[in-house]
Design a protein around this ligand. Structure first.
Ligand code: IPE
Ligand code: IPE
Ligand code: MG
Length: 245
């Protein structure tokens, strides 16, 4: 579904779509002398509060980075623990998400994920597919470059099959093949934990996003901090390349 320019303009000056790189779980745990997975569990518990804060803040779309295509480089123990956490999170939160009017979607490559997890993801997407209060997108085994590569492969296949004329390809074409095809572009991207990089997150979609890099570690991120960042966004002058008259 293509979005219109109007869709991309947040009402009341707030961001309509916020994307969050939830970073710092490992350091949060290490600071407490605990294993990294302890931090991931604490981080997962934070998500509910932030999702629930969205309607009052005018945030219709929230996209969270849960696991990157590069995170497979971590130890087997951490990766397996994270995969188990994702399964547990989906099973545990499904009811509350449904009741709160949250529509859940997943982006990223499902091919490398285990079947049980993928089944839970499909189930949650289906279960919440009639909700419209908040659109929560969870990026799981997601990488921006991987997403563009997968999109390009499908686009090339359409050209090869005669469904797409190469001469017609413009910057509206590729987004239709991205995992995010039904979502507006993010207005605000937040990264916690003090790292000022985007680590392969929403590369195409964030071309004109505003960024906030904050020192707070993800397990310490509260709805008050979230609200402050939303308010700060309202004061930003988004020019999109133009000059104000
Ligand atoms: C973010 O926290 C969660 C994932 C990447 C899965 P980290 O695990 O990257 O935490 P730090 O950056 O090591 O503190
Ligand atoms: C980005 O965090 C990915 C997620 C938050 C899921 P990382 O901790 O993996 O990023 P780098 O390694 O610091 O760039
Ligand atoms: Mg990190």
């Amino acid at each position: 579904m293509a979005t219109t320019d109007q869709d991309k303009t947040p009402g009341n000056n707030g961001p309509r779509h916020v994307a969050i790189i939830m970073d710092g779980n490992g350091r949060w745990a290490t600071m407490r002398g605990r294993p990294r997975l302890f931090g991931h569990h604490a981080g997962a518990r934070r998500v509910r509060e932030i999702v629930e804060a969205c309607p009052d803040l005018g945030v219709k779309y929230l996209t969270i980075f849960a696991f990157s295509t590069e995170n497979w480089k971590r130890t087997q123990v951490e990766v397996a623990g994270l995969m188990m956490l994702f399964r547990r999170y989906i099973s545990k939160e499904a009811k509350a998400l449904l009741a709160k009017g949250v529509r859940v979607r997943f982006i990223g490559d499902r091919v490398r994920l285990d079947d049980k997890l993928v089944a839970l993801m499909d189930e949650l997407e289906l279960l919440t597919s009639h909700n419209d209060k908040v659109h929560l997108t969870i990026a799981l085994n997601y990488g921006g470059r991987d997403e563009v590569a997968r999109a390009t492969k499908r686009l090339a296949q359409d050209v090869a099959d005669g469904r797409l004329d190469p001469a017609s390809v413009d910057e509206e074409t590729l987004p239709k093949y991205l995992d995010t095809c039904v979502l507006p572009d993010p207005d605000l991207v937040i990264r916690t934990s003090g790292e000022a990089r985007i680590s392969n997150f929403l590369l195409w979609q964030s071309a004109y996003a505003e960024y906030e890099f904050i020192d707070t570690l993800w397990p310490d991120f509260t709805s008050e901090i979230f609200a402050d960042l939303i308010e700060k966004f309202g004061a930003r002058d988004r020019r999109f390349g133009a000059v104000k008259a």
